[in-house]
Design a protein around this ligand. Structure first.
Ligand code: SME
Length: 154
């Protein structure tokens, strides 16, 4: 997403609740990047991830994921970004949508702890590269206070 930092800056400057901020960030990512088919933010709740704001064609059945399970749970457990080029070849993958081919999960850390993560599914294989990782890790840093304070799942 070109101008990601400016877009997120504008969303943060507008204010509103932490939930509103996170939803606006999800909407911007979904609407402005063609290969982002489904975008969601999970928030840490004890030893589980609970789904917060999301945007995409369908809801997911995975509204709670134990830390350590799935690609989402792996990223939360390690605090490291996960990129899966072919979800059907990754045994950790928890299927949500038949159309998904690849996935990126970017942890959101606040004061040294993982408080949530950005999860994006793409209908294109190997859709996520270094540009996506760098941009989304920047977004994760910018929204960390909102994720920590959103009260959704914390
Ligand atoms: N695929 C994820 C589950 C979340 S859905 O993609 C929205 C996983 O393997 O953890």
């Amino acid at each position: 997403m070109t101008g990601a930092q400016e877009t997120i800056d504008r969303i943060l400057a507008r204010g509103g609740s932490d939930e509103d901020v996170l939803q606006a960030v999800v909407d911007a990512l979904h609407d402005r990047v063609d290969h982002y088919s489904w975008v969601g933010i999970y928030l840490v709740d004890g030893d589980e991830l609970v789904l917060g704001p999301w945007k995409g064609p369908e809801e997911t059945e995975h509204v709670r994921i134990p830390v350590g399970q799935g690609v989402c749970g792996a990223a939360a457990a390690t605090g490291e970004t996960e990129i899966v080029d072919d979800v059907n070849a990754d045994p950790r993958y928890l299927a949500c949508f038949a159309s998904t081919r690849s996935e990126i999960v970017v942890p959101i850390a606040h004061e040294g702890a993982v408080v949530g993560e950005i999860d994006i599914d793409s209908d294109q294989p190997a859709a996520f590269g270094d540009d996506d990782r760098a941009m989304l890790e920047g977004v994760a840093t910018m929204v960390s206070a909102a994720a920590a304070g959103s009260g959704m799942g914390l």
